[in-house]
Design a protein around this ligand. Sequence first.
Ligand SMILES: *[C@@H]1O[C@H](CO)[C@@H](O)[C@H](O)[C@H]1NC(C)=O
Ligand SMILES: *[C@@H]1O[C@H](CO)[C@@H](O)[C@H](O)[C@H]1NC(C)=O
Ligand SMILES: *[C@@H]1O[C@H](CO)[C@@H](O)[C@H](O)[C@H]1NC(C)=O
Ligand SMILES: *[C@@H]1O[C@H](CO)[C@@H](O)[C@H](O)[C@H]1NC(C)=O
Ligand SMILES: *[C@@H]1O[C@H](CO)[C@@H](O)[C@H](O)[C@H]1NC(C)=O
Ligand SMILES: [Zn+2]
Length: 296
Amino acid sequence: MMFRNALSALAFATLTVSASPVKTKKDSPTSVLPAPESTETASPVYDWSAGWKPKFPIHESCNSTQRAQLEEALDEAVQLAQHARDHLLRFGHESDFVTKYFGKNGSTATPIGWFDRIIGAQKTGMTFRCDDPDRNCETQDGWAGHWRGENATSETVICDLSFTARRPLSSVCMGGYKVASWKLNTYWATDLVHRLLHVPNISEGKVEHFSEGYAGALALAKEEPELSGFDSDVLQYFAIDVWAYDIAAPGVGCTGEPEEEEAEDKPTNTTTDVPSATSGAPDECHTHDDGVVHCS
Ligand SMILES: *[C@@H]1O[C@H](CO)[C@@H](O)[C@H](O)[C@H]1NC(C)=O
Ligand SMILES: *[C@@H]1O[C@H](CO)[C@@H](O)[C@H](O)[C@H]1NC(C)=O
Ligand SMILES: *[C@@H]1O[C@H](CO)[C@@H](O)[C@H](O)[C@H]1NC(C)=O
Ligand SMILES: *[C@@H]1O[C@H](CO)[C@@H](O)[C@H](O)[C@H]1NC(C)=O
Ligand SMILES: *[C@@H]1O[C@H](CO)[C@@H](O)[C@H](O)[C@H]1NC(C)=O
Ligand SMILES: [Zn+2]
């Protein structure tokens, strides 16, 4: 009897997971904690979850093919966030990745919270659009998209370049990719996590750029771990590094080594110049709400 009940509970749980709007990898541990579903079933009394829209709205300016690709990419961003959250929940500070990115005793609850907001926060009022309203796609060389900043804080523009240049999560660790030395926006999922963290609907205006680049992220965990959980680059590097190690190349990963110029934090005698963080040719930029253009 109990056994039967347990079995049907299990069957129900499986159903719930597969009915989720968020695709979870079938045999990944993420299925333990399914993303919330949007619920339309009205209760005659009170249904707290009525109107919960955890899916990302896509603007009507995106045509059918753009919408299809963007939906898939946003799904991947959610999968990436889900796995990052699950790794934090499963291992906490037993994971070397957690200590590496969030410091020896930085709280895991902070990054778990941001990943969860990407997964399940109410998404009404924010949108992704394809019509280049600020004409940055047209005029700024190499932009693949941008947050609209003061023009519309809840809107993100996706330029044509995103649809051709960004890679799927299935290709993590392929073609020589290394977390430490390649750009975060190599994968569309990390690129979108970055864009999402700029939108106050997700980040509550609390996630910022305190560090830049892989070396910067690791330095922050050592020097100011209380900021690591609020740092956009740290959250992205952590997510892609644990995806690589747990999912893409299990138990192996593809962390790699940082670029030489970024690895050198010991001062050399040859020059007193601090190595420029933007020494690579920028291929993706966005404008912060103070008007500062940030390229990575
Ligand atoms: C959607 O827009 C893109 C970019 O302008 C274009 O390349 C593509 O052919 C369009 N797709 C459809 C179905 O119209
Ligand atoms: C972090 O851990 C160290 C060593 O265990 C301890 O001395 C320090 O007070 C802790 N810091 C915080 C903010 O908990
Ligand atoms: C998202 O932000 C916009 C602009 O501030 C606001 O109108 C909308 O209500 C927000 N949505 C949610 C779910 O907070
Ligand atoms: C906001 O709009 C103004 C005027 O169209 C434009 O110059 C500016 O670049 C826009 N800001 C962003 C972040 O695109
Ligand atoms: C750097 O400078 C110090 C002091 O001038 C000197 O002792 C040391 O040998 C130099 N190191 C290198 C690698 O040149
Ligand atoms: Zn940014």
